[in-house]
Design a protein around this ligand. Structure first.
Ligand SMILES: Nc1ncnc2c1ncn2[C@@H]1O[C@H](COP(=O)(O)OP(=O)(O)O)[C@@H](O)[C@H]1O
Ligand SMILES: [Mg+2]
Length: 217
């Protein structure tokens, strides 16, 4: 594993586009892949820190293990393999980010703001992972937005009540006990696609069979 952490910026200048929701789910899944993850809350509102506070309470009450990743304002970078920054509204992604994830709203002015941000990223030579966030196929406005060239190749995370609900109560949709519900399974499918796209861009993770090979030789 590399000694300098890989930096992931989750940014969109428009608030309410699902940045923090994506951030906590990415942190959860990347930590599950065996990497040491810091979720850095760069939003003055502190939503990720608030979520983690709830998550700790929920887990303590349920007797389940604590969060498998760290959430905070900063931290010693070399203690982590991955640093995910959950940006506030109006923030541009960090200039030194290795990976930029841009959740874009498909609604009117919010869409226009998001498209502007994508244009700046393109001008800066960046290749963001674009998320068409809270997509509703029943809305013509959303369907038209998905047909825009700027959103070609965007990953779709639908408007899913399961995703909003578990996030609001300090959980992720990957919490084992709730995994069988239909809505959760669909939401997992959406988020899995984002997680896979990010994992594909990460340096190789820890080898889960390394200990076995050491034991055999
Ligand atoms: N895919 C989704 N489907 C439904 N609700 C969502 C989805 N993503 C986020 N939300 C909800 O939208 C609101 C804003 O999400 P949040 O992640 O806090 O956005 P941001 O960090 O960009 O401000 C929250 O109430 C959250 O639960
Ligand atoms: Mg947020």
């Amino acid at each position: 594993m590399s000694s300098t952490p890989t930096k992931i910026s989750i940014a969109c200048p428009k608030g309410g586009t699902g940045r923090t929701t994506i951030a906590v789910h990415l942190a959860d899944r990347i930590a599950a892949s065996g990497r040491r993850v810091l979720l850095r809350d760069a939003d003055a509102q502190g939503s990720a820190i608030g979520w983690a506070f709830l998550a700790d309470q929920v887990r303590a009450a349920a007797g389940t293990p604590f969060l498998p990743f760290t959430v905070g304002r900063g931290g010693a970078p070399d203690a982590f393999d991955i640093i995910i920054t959950d940006h506030g509204p109006a923030d541009e992604p960090a200039a030194d980010a290795d990976i930029v994830v841009a959740p874009i709203s498909l609604d009117g002015v919010a869409l226009a703001v998001g498209l502007g941000a994508l244009q700046r990223l393109a001008l800066a030579g960046r290749d963001p992972i674009i998320i068409a966030s809270k997509y509703r196929p029943d809305r013509a406005e959303h369907r038209h937005a998905l047909a825009l060239p700027a959103l070609a190749g965007a990953l779709i995370v639908r408007d899913r009540s399961a995703l909003a609900g578990w996030y609001a109560t300090g959980r992720t949709i990957y919490d084992e006990a709730h995994g069988r519900a239909h809505g959760i399974a669909l939401a997992r499918g959406d988020v899995d696609a984002v997680v896979s796209a990010v994992l594909r861009r990460l340096p190789a993770g820890p080898d889960p069979f390394a200990d076995i090979f050491r034991a055999e030789h």
